[in-house]
Design a protein around this ligand. Structure first.
Ligand code: NAP
Length: 437
């Protein structure tokens, strides 16, 4: 019997919020097939949100309820453009929603980014999150000094994971090989390069403050960096987050060093200009002062690891209209645009639609808005498509909800052996083997 049948591509927060909002918004018989190229749902909640942010990680509980809903089917290990085409989805569903996020990153565009030891934050996050596509080897942590470029929350996550005491990460789901590497880490100094001033950082205050509360870590901020120019001072009048960030930084600038093993050193108004290496490996970062700050050196920074953390970037997918300048899917508020006009029955939600900004919850309001458009558009019912059989027949090893639940159980069992709530499986082989039950 025909029903409202929706394909959602990307089982991250945006896609799963969209599924739950849609089911709540309609009285019609609805079926939602949620595809993901990974064998696991939850997208950046699983592979982006820092493993030690347990409260945020708990948002997986309501998302799992959506996965468990009898009107929803999870189709993991299915990649759009490889295993299934956009044309097929448009043919078989009442509508298609693209919510596959932003899986690449912005580059600095300076010489030396190809050196070993230059690891974009997206990749470093993948590594410590146990993403099966990670290419980072444990040797990155042979570094004694690291440079993190950028002033967003991802830079904060990366810097924190680099310096945090490993014992405090035991309560996370970080894979064992990653924990072992962190345990052997020789890191002493992490330099955070911020191209503008303390009033312009993109950090949220709670996340920033956390850096000042880490055991065994001194935070170093040159007091002169807090001598604000008139424009920055005016920003604090209207922007409460900026005001609180500056307060936190000001307090750190007055702290005397404790001689801690590890240091986080902020360099404001500073941009990297070149990464140079020895034997193909990062050795130092030349910097430029965008404004002089007393007490901040312009000398090159000795470092064996560089982590540019200057934003995620969406990638093109075959058959989906893509805006190269913004790395987003061409859309108007969530309705996909093809050849300058709205493409009926195609929608976009989350980072691929609006760019890589906002917190997990932002995707919920985004999903609500897209569902409003879908309801407004009065989508047709169609005969449900047996996608699992069609894909299995062409040799795709679809990981269904049962498969994901088996992966979940395997990870919980692996964690229990080490007294942890969960230890993530971090390879395609182990995930797919667990998914086969
Ligand atoms: P972001 O917040 O957009 O920050 C990017 C940073 O990179 C900005 O400070 C930007 O500086 C800087 N930048 C860009 N190009 C640069 C260049 N060429 N050289 C030097 N610096 C450059 O991005 P994000 O940190 O990747 O985070 C993405 C989103 O996820 C954000 O909305 C963030 O809040 C969210 N997130 C939240 C949490 C959390 O809530 N705990 C954790 C992680 C991520 P300018 O401002 O000067 O452009």
């Amino acid at each position: 019997m025909p029903v409202l049948s929706i394909a959602v591509v990307g089982a991250g927060p945006a896609g799963l919020y969209l599924a739950s909002e849609l089911m709540a918004a309609t009285d019609r018989d609805v079926r939602v097939d949620v595809y993901d190229r990974l064998p696991t749902p939850f997208g950046l909640l699983r592979y982006g949100v820092a493993p030690d942010h347990l409260k945020m990680k708990a948002l997986a509980v309501p998302l799992q309820r959506t996965v468990e809903d009898e009107r929803v089917r999870f189709l993991g290990n299915v990649e759009l453009g490889r295993d299934i085409t956009v044309e097929e989805l448009r043919e078989h569903y009442s509508a298609v929603v693209y919510s596959y996020g932003a899986s690449s990153d912005r580059r600095l565009g300076i010489p030396g980014e190809d050196l070993t030891g230059n690891v974009p934050a997206t990749e470093f996050v993948r590594w410590y999150s146990g993403h099966p596509d990670t290419v980072t080897t444990q040797s990155v942590l042979d570094a004694e000094s690291a440079v993190v470029v950028g002033a967003g929350n991802v830079a904060v996550d990366v810097a924190r994971i680099l310096v945090k005491a490993v014992d405090e990460l035991d309560e996370t789901d970080i894979p064992e090989p990653v924990l072992a590497a962190l345990r052997l880490s020789k890191i002493r100094d992490v330099h955070i390069l911020v191209r503008r001033g303390p009033a312009q950082v993109k950090f949220t205050t709670k996340e920033l403050r956390e850096l000042g509360e880490l055991d065994g870590v001194d935070v170093v901020v040159a007091p002169a960096a807090l001598d604000l120019d008139p424009e920055s001072a005016a920003t604090l009048e209207t922007d409460r987050v900026a005001k609180r960030n500056v307060e936190a930084l000001r307090e750190w600038s007055t702290r005397a060093p404790t001689g801690a093993q590890r240091r986080l050193i902020f360099h404001f108004w500073t941009s990297p200009t070149e990464i140079s290496g020895t034997d193909g490996h990062v050795a130092q970062v030349a910097v430029r002062a965008n404004r002089p700050v007393a007490g901040q050196s312009e000398e090159p920074i000795r470092a064996q690891l560089v982590i540019p953390s200057v934003g995620y970037f969406g990638v093109a997918v075959p058959g989906v209209p893509y805006d190269e300048a913004t790395g987003t899917l061409s859309n108007a508020e969530g309705r996909v645009l093809r050849d300058g006009g709205v493409a009926p029955g195609e929608y976009a939600c989350g980072w691929i639609a609006r760019g890589p900004s906002g917190v997990i919850g932002t995707n919920r309001s985004n999903a609500k808005r897209v569902v409003e458009l879908m309801v407004e558009d009065d989508l047709p019912d169609v005969e449900p498509w047996d996608a699992v059989t069609a894909l299995t027949d062409r040799g795709v090893a679809v990981v269904t909800r049962e498969g994901w639940n088996a992966i979940d159980a395997a990870e919980v069992a692996l964690g229990a052996g080490a007294g942890r709530a969960r230890t993530k499986l971090e390879t395609w082989e182990s995930l797919l083997a667990a998914g086969r039950g």
